[in-house]
Design a protein around this ligand. Structure first.
Ligand SMILES: Nc1ncnc2c1ncn2[C@@H]1O[C@H](COP(=O)(O)OP(=O)(O)OP(=O)(O)O)[C@@H](O)[C@H]1O
Length: 328
């Protein structure tokens, strides 16, 4: 699923060409009194991708989203949204952020909430926002405070989509939705993203659902980046082999064992491939869920960043910015 191919911008005049970075982080870190929430994180998220952000509780996912939306300032490093600082007007206009707590004014009606969205956002699309609200039979006259948690989430989704952002950031958006509504809103998400080339960064603990919507992936554990890149490339870089997981089997030599004992019925050992598979037994690519579970269970596994997710050295970025400043 390459949403970049479908990109046609949002009429803001900021439409990213194919190949542009939606997010670029260089040596990004955030330190609190208790320690580092995020440390030395460098990656790029190409525009037009739907990217899952995965990691255990406390891994640093919300911190990364907060840094991307200028709600948190970095301790080290640098982050750009479509080439601009997160607090710059260009980035703010192009980004919508749906937080875990989805703050809405409880005394406003749904219609008033959407009106506020329209007044605050120059690119507002009332039809899109109302369509999402109507699909859930949420009355426009109802006060936000009287809605169920799931209905409030739907209104928050309508606000985020109505803004018609180039970058949509969703922090565990689906956790309070019933399975049917989750499916419906995921279908809305993928259809909107494909039609408008929206880049989506979505954090979730629901691994099977991420498989359904994501074509790109960032995995964080203990504040550090473990995996980054296209789902297909990351899956293809691994295999499930039917060998002993203790490294005693000679064929494991060029490969790195990520998880030795999965115990889930499929061939036993998940390896990162280091060369051709040189044994006659079964070798299957892992599903996205199997890959994610293996990395979540093995937080010390070496990191893997595919070429499209790699960034240049910070000095290249500084040189590029200087060049921009000269040519503008
Ligand atoms: N304002 C803060 N002050 C101090 N520590 C913080 C603050 N915010 C986050 N942290 C710490 O930073 C680390 C990363 O937290 P973060 O909320 O980014 O994790 P997360 O991956 O989003 O977790 P979850 O899946 O539980 O939502 C945690 O150890 C957390 O306790």
């Amino acid at each position: 699923m390459d949403h970049a191919a479908a990109h046609r911008g949002n009429g803001t005049g900021f439409a990213p060409p194919v190949g542009e970075s939606a997010i670029e982080a260089h040596g990004l870190g955030k330190q609190y009194r208790r320690g580092w929430a995020l440390r030395d994180v460098s990656f790029r998220l190409p525009a037009g991708r739907i990217c899952g952000l995965v990691g255990p509780n406390g891994a640093g996912k919300s911190t990364l989203m907060g840094l991307t939306t200028h709600m948190i300032r970095p301790t080290t490093g640098d982050l750009r949204v479509f080439g601009a600082a997160p607090g710059a007007t260009e980035s703010v206009l192009r980004t919508a952020f749906l937080t875990q707590d989805k703050p809405l004014f409880r005394r406003f009606t749904v219609a008033e909430t959407l009106r506020l969205g329209r007044e605050l956002n120059p690119q507002w699309e009332q039809d899109v926002a109302e369509g999402i609200v109507h699909a859930g039979q949420v009355p426009l006259t109802a006060k936000i405070g009287t809605l169920s948690g799931g209905q409030r989430t739907r209104v928050a989704f309508a606000l985020a989509f109505g803004k018609r952002p180039d970058l949509l950031i969703l922090d565990e958006p689906m956790s309070d939705l019933d399975p049917l509504v989750r499916r419906e809103l995921m279908a809305t998400l993928t259809a909107e993203a494909a039609e408008h080339g929206t880049t989506v960064l979505v954090s979730s603990h629901m691994l099977a659902e991420l498989e359904y919507i994501c074509d790109y992936l960032l995995v964080i554990a203990n504040g550090r980046l473990r995996l980054a890149g296209e789902v297909n490339e990351l899956r293809a870089a691994h295999a499930l082999l039917d060998i002993p997981g203790d490294g005693s089997f000679p064929a494991v030599a060029p490969h790195t064992v990520i998880e030795p004992h999965r115990g889930e019925g499929r061939p036993g050992v998940l390896v990162r491939l280091g060369g051709p598979i040189a044994y006659g037994g079964p070798a299957e690519p892992p599903t996205l869920e199997e890959l994610l579970l293996a990395y979540l269970r093995s937080p010390d596994a070496p990191s893997l960043i595919t070429p499209s997710a790699r960034v240049g050295a910070v000095r290249d970025i500084i040189a590029r910015d200087r060049q921009k400043a000269v040519t503008v």
